[in-house]
Design a protein around this ligand. Structure first.
Ligand SMILES: Cc1ncc(C[n+]2csc(CCOP(=O)(O)OP(=O)(O)O)c2C)c(N)n1
Length: 684
C-alpha cells in the first residue's frame, strides 16, 4: 500500500497516524484470523492508545528491552496480546513478522497471552484478569524504592513510569480493588492505568453484571481520574497521558471510552468481536472500512513501518543519554554502584549469609516462624534489596525487617512493606517487585495462601524468586479453629510446577530454607512455618540441617537395614523421632527421614533417592499434619500416612493435635501396621 507522504503532510495531519493505527489493527486481525483463535476486538479498539503510547510517550529502547530505566507497560488485558505483539514488532523489537504469523502456535514468540521471558518487550505474564495491574503496582513500588535508594540529589538514574492497559474484566476482578487501593494510599504518582472502557466483555454487554461508577471508585482510592471520550482522538489520548505524567501526588486512571471491534461492520460494539476471529468475510469488510486493501495479509505500509521504526534510533539515544548519566553517577557512588549491579544482574552481595545463625540444641525449642524471623533479619542486614512484609499479620508472621522504616507515601526508602489485609493484591504486587529485580517476600497465614493462589501460580509460570512466608502451617493453629487451620494448602502448593514448598522441622532447617529461598533464581519458595514451638534438634547427634538442600535426608538412622522408615516434615519430625525411640524399645528398627521439600528431593539422582528411601524397605509411615493425599508417592501402597483428612477444630493446639491422632502412639501403631502389611499379615 502506498501513501503519498506529501499529500499526508499537506492534508490531514493525522493521516500517517491513522495509517499506523490501522496497521496495528490489521496486523492483529490477520494474525488472529490465521491462527483461527484469539481476541481481535480489544486490539481494534485500543490500537490508537497503543500507538500514542509507544510513538509519543514511552521511553524505551527496542534493541535493549532490559534497559534498566525503561518505562514499563503491562498489558493487563492479556487476551489482547496481539495488540502488544503488533506494536512491539512495528517499533523494532526482536519480534519478526514470521513470529506474528505463527501467533498462538507452539514455539512462537507470540503465545496466546503475553508471557514473561518469551517475548522481548513483554514485562510480565498476563491473562488471568486483574493480575497485570497488580503487577504494575509492584513495579511502581520498585521504581519508587530504587529512586529513593539510588538517586543522589540531581543525579537521577531512576525515573521511569509504569503504565498498564486494562479492561472491564480487570476492573471487575477483586485484585484490582486491593492493588488500586494500596497504590492510592502509597501515592504512586509514577503509575498510570489506561482503562479500556468499551462496555463489552465475554458474555455480552457489561451491563449484565457491572455498573460500578469507576470514576468515583478510583477517586475514593485517592487516584487522579481522567477521561478520554473517544479512543480514536489521538490528541486527547496524548493530552490525558501527559496530564497524568505531570501529576506528582497520585496514581492516575485514564478512562478511555472505546469501541470493541472498531471498524467491523457487523461486530463493532458486540461481544462477538471479543474472543474469536472476525471471519474471512468480516475481515474484508473491516479492511474496507479502514481503507485497506481487502486481500492484503500482514500488510505493513512502508510509511507506517518507517515511522514506527524510528523508535529504534530514538531508543538508542535515550539509553545512551541515560548511560552517560549512569556513568557519571557511578563514578561518584562506587558503593551504591555495587548494589545497583547486584540488583540488575541478580548477583547476591558477598557475605549476604554471613550472619545467619546456627541454633543450639534445645528440647523446648522455638517456633519456626520465630526462627524464620531471626534468619530473615540476619540476611536482610547484608542484603539491602531484600524487601517485604505481611498482609497485616506482621506480628504473627514475624516478617518485620528490624531497624527499617516502612515503605510509605513520600518516604519510599523503607523496606517494610505494609500490604494491609490484601492477600490477593500482595500476591500480584510481589510478582511486580520480583520482576523488577528486588528480592521480595510476603507473609500471611498458610490457610490464606488460597487467596493468593492466582498470583502464586503466575510467579511459578514466570519463575520469579518470590518468597512466601506462610506461617501457622497446620491444625496446630489451635484455638482459631478450622477456618484458620490449613489442611490441604501445603500439599496443594506442592502441586504447582516450579514452586518449592519447604516445611522445615526446626530452627536450623529454617535457616537453610531461607538461604535456599534467597539463593533461588528461578523458583518461588513457600516457607511453611509453625505457630508453635518445635524442638531444636541436636545436630551433633543427628544429621546436619544442610541435608535440607537435597529435599529429604536420613535424619536419624539405625544399624543395618531398617524395619520401617518414618518420614516426617515440619513439626511432625519430632513425632517420628519419638516413635523411633518407642519402636526401638520394642526391638523395631526405624529410620527417620526428614523431608522438608518434595521438589528438591525429586531433583536428586536416583542413587541419592534410593539411599534415603531404599526400595527394599517397603514399610513406611509419613507423618504430616496436612492432607494425606499424595504421600502414597513416598510410602507406597503398603505404607501408611498419619495425616489430616478433614477440617480441624477449635481448641488448644495440643488437644487438637491429639484429637486428630498426631501422637507418638498413633505413629507407632501405623508403623507396626505397615510392617504387618509388608509381611502379608495386615490390611493395606
Ligand atoms: C481471572 C479471569 N477470569 C476469566 C477470564 C476469561 N476472560 C478472558 S477475557 C474475558 C472478558 C473480558 O472482558 P473485557 O475485560 O471487557 O475485555 P474486552 O471484551 O474488552 O476485550 C474473560 C471473562 C480471564 N482471562 N481471567
Amino acid at each position: 500500500m502506498s501513501v503519498n507522504v506529501e499529500q499526508l503532510e499537506s492534508a490531514k495531519a493525522s493521516a500517517l497516524d491513522q495509517l499506523c493505527v490501522n496497521t496495528i489493527r490489521t496486523l492483529s486481525i490477520d494474525a488472529i484470523q490465521k491462527a483461527n483463535s484469539g481476541h481481535p476486538g480489544a486490539p481494534m479498539g485500543l490500537a490508537p492508545v497503543a500507538y500514542v503510547l509507544w510513538d509519543r510517550i514511552l521511553r524505551y529502547n527496542p534493541v535493549n528491552p532490559h534497559w534498566a530505566n525503561r518505562d514499563r507497560v503491562v498489558l493487563s488485558a492479556g487476551h489482547a496480546s496481539m495488540l502488544l505483539y503488533s506494536i512491539l514488532h512495528l517499533t523494532g523489537y526482536d519480534l519478526p513478522l514470521s513470529e506474528i504469523e505463527k501467533f498462538r502456535q507452539l514455539g512462537s514468540k507470540c503465545p496466546g497471552h503475553p508471557e514473561y521471558n518469551i517475548t522481548p518487550g513483554v514485562e510480565t505474564t498476563t491473562g488471568p484478569l486483574g493480575q497485570g495491574i497488580a503487577n504494575s503496582v509492584g513495579m511502581a513500588i520498585t521504581e519508587r524504592w530504587l529512586a529513593a535508594h539510588f538517586n543522589q540529589g540531581d543525579d537521577k538514574i531512576v525515573d521511569y513510569s509504569v503504565y498498564s492497559i486494562c479492561s472491564d474484566g480487570d476492573m471487575m476482578e477483586g485484585i484490582s480493588h486491593e492493588s488500586a487501593a494500596l497504590a492510592g494510599h502509597l501515592k504512586l504518582s509514577n503509575l498510570i492505568w489506561l482503562y479500556d472502557s468499551n462496555h463489552v466483555s465475554l458474555d455480552g454487554p457489561t451491563t449484565l453484571a457491572y455498573s460500578d461508577d469507576v470514576e468515583s471508585r478510583f477517586k475514593g482510592y485517592h487516584w487522579n481520574v481522567l477521561t478520554v471520550e473517544d479512543a480514536n482522538d489521538l490528541q486527547s489520548v496524548e493530552a490525558a497521558i501527559r496530564a497524568a505524567q505531570s501529576e506528582t501526588e497520585r496514581p492516575t486512571l485514564i478512562i478511555v471510552h472505546s469501541h470493541i471491534g472498531y471498524g467491523s461492520p457487523n461486530k463493532h460494539d458486540k461481544s462477538a468481536a471479543h474472543g474469536e476471529p472476525l471471519g474471512v468475510e468480516e475481515v474484508k469488510l473491516t479492511k474496507r472500512f479502514y481503507g485497506w486493501p481487502e486481500d492484503a495479509q500482514f500488510l505493513i505500509p512502508k510509511e507506517a513501518g518507517d515511522h514506527l521504526g524510528q523508535a529504534v534510533a530514538r531508543g538508542k539515544k535515550l539509553e545512551a543519554d541515560w548511560n552517560s548519566r549512569h556513568q557519571a553517577w557511578a563514578k561518584k557512588s562506587p558503593e551504591l554502584t555495587k548494589e545497583w549491579d547486584g540488583i540488575m544482574t541478580g548477583k547476591l552481595p558477598e557475605g549476604w549469609d554471613k550472619d545467619v545463625p546456627t541454633f543450639p540444641a534445645d528440647a523446648k525449642g522455638i517456633a519456626t516462624r520465630e526462627a524464620g524471623y531471626k534468619v530473615m533479619n540476619s540476611i536482610a542486614r547484608n542484603l539491602p534489596w531484600l524487601i517485604g512484609g505481611s498482609a497485616d499479620l506482621e506480628s504473627s508472621n514475624k516478617t518485620k525487617i528490624d531497624g527499617e522504616t516502612s515503605f510509605e507515601a513520600g518516604s519510599y526508602a523503607g523496606r517494610v512493606l505494609r500490604f494491609g489485609v490484601r492477600e490477593m493484591g500482595m500476591g500480584g504486587i510481589l510478582n511486580g517487585i520480583a520482576a523488577s529485580g528486588l528480592r521480595a517476600f510476603g507473609g500471611t497465614f498458610m490457610v490464606f495462601s488460597d487467596y493468593m493462589r492466582g498470583a502464586i501460580r503466575l510467579a511459578c509460570i514466570m519463575e520469579l524468586p518470590v518468597t512466601y512466608v506462610f506461617t501457622h502451617d497446620s491444625i496446630a493453629v489451635g484455638e482459631d479453629g478450622p477456618t484458620h487451620e490449613p489442611v490441604e494448602q501445603v500439599m496443594s502448593l506442592r502441586l504447582i510446577p516450579h514452586m518449592r514448598v519447604i516445611r522445615p522441622a526446626d530452627a536450623n532447617e529454617t535457616a537453610v530454607a531461607w538461604k535456599l529461598a534467597v539463593e533461588s533464581k528461578q523458583h518461588p519458595t513457600t516457607l511453611a512455618l509453625t505457630r508453635q514451638a518445635v524442638p531444636t534438634f541436636d545436630r551433633t547427634k543427628y544429621a546436619s540441617a544442610e541435608g535440607l538442600r537435597k529435599g529429604a535426608y536420613v535424619f536419624s538412622d539405625v544399624a543395618g537395614t531398617p524395619d520401617v522408615i518414618l518420614i516426617g516434615t515440619g513439626s511432625e519430625l519430632q513425632l517420628a523421632m519419638e516413635a523411633q525411640e518407642k519402636l526401638a524399645a520394642e526391638g523395631v528398627k526405624a529410620r527417620v527421614v526428614s523431608m522438608p521439600c518434595w521438589d528438591l528431593f525429586e531433583e536428586q539422582s536416583a542413587e541419592y533417592k534410593e539411599s534415603v528411601l531404599p526400595s527394599a524397605v517397603r514399610a513406611r509411615v509419613a507423618v504430616e499434619a496436612g492432607t494425606p493425599i499424595g504421600w502414597e508417592r513416598y510410602v507406597g501402597l503398603e505404607g501408611k500416612v498419619v495425616g489430616q483428612n478433614q477440617f480441624g477444630a477449635s481448641g488448644p493446639a495440643k488437644d487438637v493435635f491429639k484429637y486428630f491422632g498426631f501422637t507418638v502412639e498413633n505413629v507407632v501403631a501405623h508403623a507396626k501396621e505397615s510392617i504387618a502389611v509388608v509381611k502379608g499379615l495386615g490390611k493395606k
